[in-house]
Design a protein around this ligand. Structure first.
Ligand SMILES: NC(=O)C1=CN([C@@H]2O[C@H](COP(=O)(O)OP(=O)(O)OC[C@H]3O[C@@H](n4cnc5c(N)ncnc54)[C@H](O)[C@@H]3O)[C@@H](O)[C@H]2O)[C@@H](O)CC1
Ligand SMILES: [K+]
Length: 477
């Protein structure tokens, strides 16, 4: 799996790469600039906007390459060459073309704008001249190519400061960062290309990544899963509990998704009144009614429990939650199941996977949603360590952590931002666990499968949860 590194890990990566290639840091900068230049869209005229560090240095080198390639090139330097240091100073010195120190008039004279303001060294929100430059770039009609990362986007977290360069294409050099694909990352990078400068991954073997990118190939495990000589009992017994009065749809979606994901026997637990309606909607699902706090539920044997979808927070909800959480069944905890967990101090040993969205994660960690989104990796890791389980933090660039390693999903779209898609995901995870996949594998496969189904449909508008379930099998063909 493709590793993702934080900014503090990029210096050792650069050093290891230079060492492997047997070149110095300036030659590495030249190779980086050449790699980015090769991905430049077709153009005659280009503006290269350079900042104070080595990202700007890449820009200066690229500008000289373009000049030698007979392009009409202009550098807009936010920092005068005399005030630059190290490789960036040398790159500016080597550039033989035209330079300006203020915004060029007529922004529409350029075919392409190269954003070389900030890379991994961005340490605060761009203000003053830098803010003006980013706003200028964003107003240009030209195609925008960002060197390494769009300026204003924080590589470690994917938080986009206001303003951030809105790139059409981003060429990441040597390594990718979590911020390229989680939180705001995918909204700003445009087409994302990684150029490793011909340095093999093993060169960084000693450097611990912050996360890994999940791959479509994970789903191959699913294609091999079923043996001829098997029966429904081979694929596990699953309980799906939730759906307080008026919320039957949540458990139906979850149970149906588990069914389509291949689980053997599925029983829904909902209110006494709603239980008879379950097989009417989906004959393959069995149902059990729970009347309330006085009712000691007879819990059927189960390999996995999925708890929380539409569960609510009433006395009925709490009583059901309490009985099931102490039943010692490996549990996928979702939605209101997580909110009830946030309200109690009890240990919850049976949780195998939890699937919070940022608001639920914020309740569990007793902080604000913006604190979760400010560092999604840290949030998911903290939860995984605290609850000793696999955590799936939903949102753009869903992150999965088992407390040891983190995995980010690069697929999916805002088409999934609609009611019930979370219930479907929980169902898929539980459905896979019931078939014997580990909690981590199930979370990884379900997240990828769920996201790829949205990409497969590519509606560009909301994909309803029921349609999502219907299209799931098409992705496995
Ligand atoms: N080190 C190397 O060997 C290589 C580095 N490369 C490039 O170098 C980049 C990293 O270079 P740097 O570490 O110099 O970092 P940057 O070029 O991202 O910028 C760091 C500089 O910007 C300043 N700064 C940060 N945030 C600011 C803000 N909001 N407003 C104003 N100034 C701000 C910092 O004080 C520092 O001077 C990479 O992203 C990549 O583009 C490539 O050339 C490949 C080789
Ligand atoms: K940049």
């Amino acid at each position: 799996m493709q590793p993702l590194y934080r900014s503090q890990q990029t210096k050792p990566i650069d050093a290891a790469a230079a060492d492997y290639l047997q070149i110095d840091s300036y030659q590495l900068m030249q190779r980086a600039a050449l790699a980015v230049y090769r991905h430049l869209p077709d153009c005659e005229t280009l503006l290269v906007v350079t900042g104070p560090g080595n990202n700007g240095g890449d820009g200066w080198v690229l500008a000289e390459l373009a000049r030698q390639d007979h392009k009409k090139v202009l550098v807009w330097a936010l920092q005068k060459p005399a005030t630059l240091s190290g490789d960036a100073a040398k790159a500016a010195e080597d550039y033989q073309g035209e330079v300006v120190y203020a915004a060029p008039a007529e922004p529409d004279q350029f075919d392409v704008v190269v954003d070389a303001l900030f890379g991994t060294g961005l340490s605060r929100a761009p203000g003053g001249l830098y803010q003006d430059a980013i706003e200028y770039i964003n107003q240009c009609q030209a195609k925008v190519l960002s060197v390494d990362i769009p300026s204003g986007l924080v590589g470690d977290t994917g938080v986009a400061y206001i303003p951030t360069v809105q790139a059409d294409k981003t060429v990441a050099i040597l390594n990718m960062m979590p911020g390229h694909i989680t939180a705001d990352g995918r909204d700003y990078c445009g087409e994302l290309i990684l150029d490793r400068l011909a340095v093999p991954e093993r060169v960084y073997a000693d450097i611990d990544p912050s996360a890994y990118v999940l791959k479509q190939a994970m789903l191959n495990l699913l294609k091999q899963a079923r043996k001829h000589n098997s029966h429904k009992g081979s694929y596990g017994r699953l309980l799906v509990a939730g759906g307080q009065h008026g919320m039957l749809g949540a458990v139906l979606l979850c149970g149906t998704a588990a069914l389509v994901s291949g689980a053997g026997l599925i029983q829904l637990i909902t209110t006494q009144e709603q239980a008879p309606w379950v097989p009417v909607h989906r004959p393959e699902l069995m149902a059990l009614g729970f009347t309330g706090s006085e009712h000691q539920i007879h819990i059927p044997p189960a390999d996995v429990l999925i708890l929380g979808m539409g569960l609510g927070s009433s006395q009925w909800s709490k009583a059901l939650w309490q009985q099931l959480m102490t039943a010692n069944i490996p549990t996928v905890l979702d939605a209101d199941g997580l909110n009830l967990l946030a309200d109690c101090d009890e240990a919850a040993d049976s949780i195998a996977v939890m699937t919070p969205h940022p608001k639920e994660a914020a309740r569990l960690l007793n902080c604000a949603v913006k604190d979760i989104q400010a560092d999604r990796i840290k949030a998911v890791e903290t939860l995984a360590k605290r609850y000793q389980c696999v955590v799936v933090l939903k949102g753009s660039g869903t992150i999965i952590s088992d407390g040891e390693e983190n995995f980010i999903c690069p697929y999916g779209s805002a088409d999934l931002a609609t009611a019930g898609t979370g219930d479907v995901l929980a169902g898929m995870i539980g459905g896979l666990m019931a078939q014997g996949f580990s909690a981590l594998q199930s979370a990884q496969m379900a997240v990828v499968w769920h996201a790829l189904t949205a990409d497969h449909c590519a509606l560009g508008r909301c994909l309803t949860a029921s349609d999502l379930i219907r299209h799931l099998p098409e992705v496995l063909i």
